[in-house]
Design a protein around this ligand. Structure first.
Ligand SMILES: [Fe+2]
Length: 313
């Protein structure tokens, strides 16, 4: 997924392991070795190269946000007082965020098993990556980083209607987990695919009608944190943009390592909330026990997290 031409050319220092570069941070490796998922943000470890990466990403995205982001996302950027020049401290973000929607960003050391992730949303916590992507590959993102999580996701969390959708999503995952009490792995795998596909085509890559009715805008974090993806999503004639259809979404495979060729459009936050409620009903009544095979693959850890949640009740 090589995308060029949207970033200025920074002079980058090589990552040493002592900073917080994704995939190469000693601090993160040590936390993972100790089995610590929820961690502190060791702010002093961000190197000048990490800060420079944040600045370059912010500069590449800010103009595109003005052009393509949902107005409530732009409000969120202002309300969180996101700094274009410095990586935010989670504590500062939360001081602004919690009074607005009850949500807070919580630092994690890496991958959060699916059920645990969704259950955090139910409790208005957002698992947040604290490392910064490699400055040499700014628009390639095989895994989340702090720019994707804090600049891509969290501004939308300032909006109570959007926050309510995330909580409902966590409730839907809980409904699926309670149905997993009989230990039927195939059925749980199907429910997990449905949840992951819904999340992908809404929270990560969702498009919405503009509130003034004039065209489309982006509310999905995968679009809002990628300079290459956001313009492609809203301008390219190669992208198919279709009205949201739940039965299509839950059966639609997706790829994470190429520009998205198919995106779904909701009419507003109330529409999105109705669809997530419908998702929960469908999960509860068995309608999603046999969704189409294909991506995403369900890993053992994710499956186990749902089965265990079902046992725990
Ligand atoms: Fe994300």
């Amino acid at each position: 997924m090589q995308r060029v031409g949207v970033f200025d050319q920074g002079v980058m220092e090589p990552a040493t392991g002592r900073d917080l570069t994704t995939g190469r941070a000693d601090f993160i490796e040590r936390a993972q070795t100790r089995g610590e998922l929820f961690i502190e943000q060791p702010y002093g470890l961000y190197s000048e190269a990490n800060q420079q990466t944040w600045r370059r990403l912010y500069r590449a995205l800010a103009g595109k946000w003005e052009q393509h982001a949902h107005p409530r996302f732009l409000d969120g950027v202002t309300r969180l007082a996101l700094d274009p020049d410095r990586i935010p401290r989670l504590a500062d973000i939360n001081r602004f965020l919690e009074p607005l929607s009850g949500f807070r960003a919580r630092a994690v050391s890496g991958y959060v098993p699916a059920y645990l992730f969704f259950d955090c949303l139910r409790r208005r916590e957002f698992p947040t990556t604290i490392t910064v992507r490699d400055g040499d590959r700014l628009d390639y993102l095989p895994e989340p980083d702090i720019f994707h999580d804090l600049a891509g996701h969290v501004p939308m969390h300032t909006d109570p209607a959007f926050a309510a959708v995330l909580v409902r999503f966590g409730e839907a995952a809980r409904t699926a987990a309670l149905r997993a009490q009989d230990g039927d792995c195939r059925r749980v795998e199907s429910a997990l695919k449905a949840l992951a596909r819904f999340f992908w085509f809404t929270i990560e890559f969702g498009l919405m009608r503009r509130p003034d009715g004039d065209g489309l805008c982006a509310y999905g974090s995968g679009l809002l944190s990628s300079a290459g993806e956001i313009g492609h999503a809203l301008e390219s004639p190669r992208v198919q943009r279709v009205p949201f259809q739940l039965d299509w979404v839950v059966n639609q495979s997706f790829e994470i390592d190429s520009l998205q060729p198919l995106l779904f459009v909701v009419s507003g936050f109330d529409h999105l909330e109705r669809e997530v409620l419908r998702l929960e009903r469908w999960l509860g009544d068995g309608r999603l026990d046999n969704v189409a095979p294909g991506e995403p693959a369900v890993c053992r850890e994710d499956l186990q997290s749902f089965l265990q949640a079902g046992v725990d009740g």
